[in-house]
Ligand binder design. Structure first.
Ligand code: NAD
Ligand code: UDP
Length: 314
């Protein structure tokens, strides 16, 4: 395979670190750009020794002048706690960040992939969600900095494609979990596992009847790599996620069983605008990149649990 120079923004984050690893395994040069807002340097310590791996501390809301053949744009806080911590910066990262990375791609004629999200569908009125659905997003709610930021980034990607013939790929990522999720980011899988391992109460928001579909990180990264390798005229958007749909209560019960914890479930208020259901229709991914997730929820949870177990023992 031809060796490329590949820029991964957000490369020290949860998904980014796994992606950098896979790209290095394929023999590429990888430039990881991160401002370490939510990314943890320990996610990429093991890559430092690789001479094809380079790290640059940089905030993508500012222009970046480097050379690359391909860009994976993953930089953005992804959990509600983190993206709501500084909502203006979240929108800037999505929008100014996209403009800067698209500008870079245009200058160096790179192919560029955007890590978009199922949040562009908001609290969806159709189920499961297909890429043709335009979404149901509250533009002024507490989740809007992320949802609308990501929607605007998609607009920019498609305008750069139409206006400047840029080679773009847009992935709409559904809830993904696995080792190297941040322990403190408030996402449901990491929260429940850490609570269970510590014997603390498991905090289910609302009645726990809302659903999510959880994709294991290895499957997701495989999808991103395949999407990047599609023909130049293929832009997406493409849903990437595991169609297996579970209520949050089911997730809590599964984690309690797998960790054999004495933790009890407690119910807390449902956050504002929390989507009631979410499940990807992945027909497009199946057809275009022959991609289907392979890791069942319990298997993925077991390896995530053992990751957090080791972390908590330290
Ligand atoms: P993460 O928080 O672990 O990673 C995001 C990374 O981006 C971090 O390393 C952070 O430090 C970096 N970052 C944030 N703002 C930056 C900036 N202005 N400049 C440079 N770096 C910056 O989250 P993740 O789960 O790995 O998500 C990665 C991408 O995938 C995000 O764009 C997210 O929106 C998208 N996504 C993730 C999920 C999921 O379930 N994990 C779902 C949908 C979309
Ligand atoms: N959730 C929960 N308890 C927690 C954390 C999250 O019940 O301790 C719920 C949350 O209300 C949402 C779902 O789990 O309905 C997924 O939340 P997460 O923050 O992981 O992702 P998102 O809402 O962005 O899909």
């Amino acid at each position: 395979m031809e060796t490329k120079t590949i820029l991964v923004t957000g490369g020290s984050g949860f998904l980014g670190s796994h992606l950098c690893e896979r790209l290095l395994d394929r023999g590429h040069e990888v430039l990881c750009v991160d401002n370490f807002f939510t990314g943890n340097k320990s996610n990429i310590y093991h890559l430092h020794a690789n001479p094809r791996f380079e790290i640059l501390r940089h905030d993508i809301t500012f222009p970046l002048y480097v050379e690359a053949d391909e860009i994976f744009n993953l930089a953005c806080p992804a959990s509600p706690i983190h993206y709501q911590f500084d909502p203006v910066q979240t929108t800037k990262t999505s929008v100014h960040g996209a403009i800067n990375m698209l500008g870079l791609a245009k200058r160096v004629k790179a192919k560029i992939l955007q890590a978009s999200t199922s949040e562009v569908y908001g609290d969806p009125k159709i189920h499961p969600q297909t890429e043709g659905y335009w979404g149901n997003v509250n533009p002024i709610g507490p989740r809007a900095c992320y949802d609308e930021g990501k929607r605007c980034a998609e607009t920019l990607f498609f305008d750069y494609n139409r206006q400047h013939k840029l080679r773009i790929k847009v992935a709409r990522i559904f809830n993904t979990y696995g080792p190297r999720m941040a322990m403190n980011d408030g996402r449901v899988v990491s929260n429940f596992i850490v609570q269970a391992l510590r014997g603390e109460d498991i905090t289910v928001y609302g009645k726990g009847e809302q659903t999510r579909s959880f994709c294991y990180v290895d499957d997701l990264v495989e999808g991103l790599l395949r999407l990047m390798d599609t023909p130049d005229d293929f832009t997406g958007p493409m849903n990437l996620g595991n169609p297996g749909e579970f209520t949050i209560l089911e997730l809590a019960e599964t984690i309690i069983r797998l960790t054999d914890t004495k933790s009890r479930i407690v119910f807390k208020p449902l956050p504002v605008n929390d989507p009631m259901q979410r499940q990807p229709d992945i027909s497009r991914a199946k057809e275009s990149i022959d991609w289907t997730p392979t890791v069942p929820l319990e298997e993925g949870l077991k390896s995530t649990i053992s990751y957090f177990q080791k972390l908590l023992e330290k």
